[in-house]
Design a binder for this molecule. Structure first.
Ligand code: SF4
Length: 295
């Protein structure tokens, strides 16, 4: 039986939220630094990247949010057999309320019918928590904070798309992704990171797209065909010249990450989850006995 101290785990989850909100992961910071180096001295793009890096350092040093929109809190939680999802959900919510009190998170949960903000970031479907059971003997909490601006330019296509000349194949997938990034110009706080879900139904396709965003920027897709397409799209999208925050430049996307699901014969969805430069994600591993590590 997997045991943990509830009060201790709540505090450990609070630290996970603090890290996610205030400390951009190393792979993301390295990608932004490399993008800055890839812009000419004195250019608007180089200056924007410089400002982003200063902002990132300041947020980490002062434990303040990297962006004022602390986004939707998206959790993927992997649990061994027998762990209560209900109890973990309650602890995540408790930690969330405390994170708002400490100003790590902005109260971001608005009742869609009344327009009233709940004031503590808790509401129907907020935070979003997806559980999966696995064979490992530890729990892994993955947390991503996804801002509203980039979520608004996330989208879903249904292939074939006659207007774009996009058929039901990887060439069609390529075409709709280029279309989505073109449409997002000036919005969504570029450079973006694209999580792509190919196939599935409308719901599972979006979840697959968001799950891709938990990969490291530097990793390589295990599927050679998708690995090739990720690299090609990254190169081609960076030729669009949108640049950081739409100021023009050599980096429009930092990465493209793709996953594929089986689909119905009648459907072929491509979901595009657009993440902004404030690519806030961290994870926490909890071993039986209470030892934790953060990544
Ligand atoms: S899209 Fe990202 S960087 Fe832009 S305001 Fe929202 S959270 Fe902040």
């Amino acid at each position: 039986m997997f045991r943990y101290d509830e009060k201790v785990l709540k505090d450990q989850l609070l630290e996970l939220i603090r890290l996610a909100a205030t400390d951009l992961p190393v792979d993301v910071v390295d990608a932004i630094k490399a993008a800055r180096q890839n812009e000419p001295e004195g250019s608007a793009a180089r200056n924007v990247f410089g400002m982003l890096l200063k902002n990132i350092d300041l947020a980490r040093d002062e434990s303040t949010p990297i962006c004022q929109d602390t986004g939707t809190n998206i959790y993927l939680v992997y649990i061994p057999e027998g762990v209560s999802m209900r109890k973990l959900t309650a602890l995540i919510k408790e930690a969330t309320v405390e994170a708002v009190d400490k100003s790590y998170l902005r109260p971001n949960a608005v009742d869609s019918l009344t327009g009233k903000n709940s004031g503590n970031n808790i509401g129907e479907g907020q935070p979003f928590i997806h559980f999966e059971e696995w064979d490992e003997d530890h729990i892994e909490f993955k947390l991503m904070l996804k801002g509203g601006g980039c979520e608004n330019v996330s989208t879903q296509y249904k292939l074939p798309d006659v207007g774009l000349g996009a058929g039901r194949d990887l060439d069609g997938v390529y075409k709709v992704i280029v279309d989505a990034v073109n449409a997002a110009q000036g919005l969504g706080c570029a450079p973006g990171i694209l999580g792509i879900g190919i196939g599935g139904d409308r719901t599972s396709s979006h979840l697959a797209a968001k799950t891709q965003l938990f990969r490291k920027i530097t990793d390589t897709n295990g599927n050679p065909e998708l690995a090739e397409l990720e690299a090609r799209l990254k190169g081609d999208l960076n030729e669009l010249g949108v640049g950081p925050m739409g100021f023009g430049g050599n980096t429009t996307v930092l990465a493209v990450k793709m996953g594929a699901l089986h689909r119905l014969p009648a459907s072929f969805f491509v979901s595009i989850s657009y993440m902004c430069w404030a690519y806030r994600r961290h994870s926490m591993t909890l071993k039986a006995g209470g030892e934790v590590s953060y990544d």
